[in-house]
Design a protein around this ligand. Structure first.
Ligand code: COA
Length: 339
């Protein structure tokens, strides 16, 4: 059988033109957690780097946080919701299983010209969404994409399990992408990478609440619809895959470690962040960290960090920025951007 000819076409370069983020007002400190489970501020700081995390109000849903981050991203680049063709929301804590959280956000924004869907890739979701948007724009199918990562992890945390409840928080981040028209640079997405090892799905999961193990009156007390993690093993895989994935986009973007002005890693554990940076030979001052304020907000973490780094001037025009994430699945993803 003869192989089908490969159809080559010119891809459009893609750039990020806006970012935004939102975190809920309520703070849950390590001191608060000391009153809830057998833990201490010292243990949490030393083992994770987290001081406090944000917790959404009961009537503040994932889509509400995602909408606020999206509005800020659109404002930052002067676009209106009607300009958006595509909305992709990365989340593991959707408002409802169906419709997707992206549908609620489309409605709340009034983005009536946009197709909208969710992506589920856990903490790696924001960069899975970015890569997907890059394909749609690069092939000329869509002009303007709004990618959002929003999580209300406080609804899937077992607040009696000290090994997980100290780690997670709520929040949302967003970015706007378009085809690059003028000269190269300013937000150009130089390279992206996504990867998965589904054989390790049981290291970090929400085992119940889906079709494998629906929540019933009989099993409700077992809290199967909450996060369960084998932390030590996840830690090891996180360091290895984040290093490899970041390295692959650094190389494919034609960069050396010394060309990287800022690396923005997934904010799961300060020790993971430091280990990844050290293996990539990127010094501490070129690593963005905000884990102390928000903990691990899953897909939203790297999106919030990216927006905060941009707004606080941690990277400026012409800088090479690397985003890298890791999460349940297992999944990992990276992007190299020239701002
Ligand atoms: N407070 C006090 N002690 C705690 C604790 C807490 N909140 N949580 C766990 N401990 C205890 C354990 O019970 C254990 O006690 P033992 O030795 O008596 O059995 C001890 O601390 C060490 O536990 P261990 O799980 O080995 O700690 P660790 O150094 O691996 O840190 C994590 C735990 C979860 C912080 C760490 O493994 C981690 O960050 N893993 C990866 C997380 C991650 O990346 N997740 C998401 C990817 S999105």
């Amino acid at each position: 059988m003869t192989a089908k000819p490969h159809i080559a076409f010119k891809r459009l370069p893609v750039k990020i033109i806006g970012t935004g983020s939102y975190v809920p007002e309520r703070r849950l400190t390590n001191a608060d957690l000391e009153k809830m489970v057998d833990t201490s501020h010292e243990w949490i700081i030393e083992r994770t780097g987290i001081c406090e995390r944000r917790i959404a109000a009961d009537d503040e849903y994932t889509s509400h946080m995602g909408t606020k981050a999206a509005q800020r991203a659109l404002e930052s680049c002067g676009l209106t919701p009607e300009d958006v063709d595509l909305i992709i929301c990365a989340t593991v804590t959707p408002d409802t299983f169906t419709p997707s959280t992206a549908c609620y956000i489309q409605d709340a924004l009034g983005a009536k010209n946009a197709a909208a869907f969710d992506i589920s890739a856990a903490c790696s979701g924001f960069l899975f969404a970015m890569k997907t948007a890059v394909q749609y724009i690069g092939t000329g199918q869509m002009r303007t994409a709004l990618i959002i990562a929003a999580e209300k992890l406080s609804t899937v945390v077992n607040w009696e399990d000290r090994s997980t409840c100290v780690l997670f928080g709520d929040g949302a981040g967003a970015a706007v992408l378009q085809a690059a028209t003028g000269e190269e640079g300013e937000g150009a997405v130089l390279a992206t990478d996504i990867g998965t090892d589904g054989s390790l799905h049981d290291l970090l999961q929400i085992p119940g609440g889906g079709s494998r193990c629906p929540t019933t009156v009989e099993n409700a007390h077992e809290r199967l619809a909450t996060l369960a993690m084998r932390g030590n093993e996840v830690f090891r895989h996180a360091v290895a895959h984040m290093k490899e994935s970041a390295q692959s986009v650094i190389e494919r973007a034609g960069l050396a470690p010394e060309d990287v002005n800022l690396i923005i890693p997934h904010q799961a554990n300060l020790r993971i962040i430091n280990a990844v940076a050290s293996r990539l030979s990127i010094p501490e001052e070129r690593v963005f960290v905000n884990i102390e304020k928000y903990g691990n907000t899953s897909a939203a973490a790297v999106a919030i960090a990216f927006d905060e780094a941009r707004r606080s001037g941690r990277f400026t025009k012409g800088d090479n920025v690397i985003l890298v994430t890791f999460g349940a699945g297992l999944t990992w993803s990276s992007a190299a951007i020239r701002w």
